[in-house]
Ligand binder design. Structure first.
Ligand code: PHE
Ligand code: CA
Ligand code: ZN
Ligand code: ZN
Ligand code: ZN
Length: 292
């Protein structure tokens, strides 16, 4: 898997910040900054050769949008999906929550195109709307799949991957510290953990507690996984020994706040997690054997 240039991920964050700033300081559901952000991500993917579509839904009297992007090729009956919510709360520009996962996934998608990756599995990406109002966009997408949902063999979720006082938390697919994910989730957790082992960074589990967009996927039995660098929770002293940063302080003191700006990002966490996304996709999707 390629090393994802963190400067490129940060350039996407700068664009998302500027879109929010020129639209009342937010990318919340129903606000113009949300649709403008969808258009930004879609423009990059279209130019790189993705097949994109915008799925609309209605919630709370406003139109919401999911952006779905398919990388042509691979076995369409065996889809590996990667997603992140692109909406923010109304209080601020949501650069860590969740510009970070959205920008990391976008740059990995662009790296797939640059490298002309020919995976065995078919790759699909999703940028969800209205997560902050209760996983509305991702639930709408999963509902809309009907019987096609069995083609999705795995779902990778990235929601907050650049917290300023970061933890390195993997969704607990194998159930070693809480409820396990659907069968197959353990393998996703292992691949993500293997990446962090290779760069000598320790990882802890975080429960599938339903607080992000993997929820609707695991509810229908789709294996899932992903990384999270922490929200309003407090870093313990043992975690500060593992990862550095400030014990006794929130992982993200600007969580859902006005100060969740481009200043609210730990570049090292953003870089490591972006590289982990690429490693997980390359490893899980496999490389196609060239046809003679
Ligand atoms: N989904 C939460 C939010 O957007 C943050 C979160 C992500 C919480 C992952 C737990 C696990 O506010
Ligand atoms: Ca990198
Ligand atoms: Zn949030
Ligand atoms: Zn979030
Ligand atoms: Zn685990």
């Amino acid at each position: 898997a390629p090393d994802i240039p963190v400067a490129n991920v940060k350039a996407h964050l700068a664009q998302l910040q500027s879109i929010a700033t020129s639209n009342g300081g937010t990318r919340a559901h129903g606000r113009p900054g949300f649709k403008a952000s969808i258009d930004y991500v879609k423009g990059k993917l279209d130019a790189a050769g993705y097949q994109t579509r915008v799925q609309s839904f209605s919630y709370n009297g406003a139109t919401g949008y999911n952006l779905i992007a398919d990388w042509p090729g691979g076995d369409e009956n065996s889809v590996l999906m990667t997603g992140s919510h692109l909406d923010s709360v109304t209080a601020g520009p949501g650069i860590n929550d969740n510009g970070s996962g959205s920008a990391g996934n976008l740059e990995v998608a662009l790296a797939i195109a640059r490298e002309k990756f020919q995976p065995k599995q078919h790759l699909r990406f999703g940028w969800w709307g209205a997560e902050e109002l209760g996983l509305i966009g991702s639930s709408h997408y999963v509902d809309s799949l009907g019987g096609e949902r069995t083609k999705i063999k795995g779902y990778l979720n990235f929601d907050m991957i650049g917290s300023p006082n970061p933890a390195y938390l993997a969704y607990d697919g194998d159930g070693s510290s809480g409820p396990a994910g659907p069968a197959g989730s353990a393998q996703i957790e292992k691949v993500l953990r293997d990446y962090f082992t290779s760069i000598k960074v320790q990882v802890e589990d975080t429960d599938f507690d339903g607080r992000s967009d993997y929820g609707p996927f695991i509810d229908v039995g789709i294996p899932a996984g992903g990384m999270f660098t922490g929200a309003e929770g407090i870093k313990s002293s043992s975690q500060a020994q593992k990862w550095g940063g400030q014990a006794g302080q929130a992982y993200d003191r600007c969580y859902h706040g006005r100060c969740d700006t481009t200043a609210n990002i730990n570049d090292t966490a953003l870089d490591r997690n972006s590289d982990a996304i690429a490693y997980a996709i390359w490893t899980l999707a496999g490389t196609a054997t060239p046809q003679p």
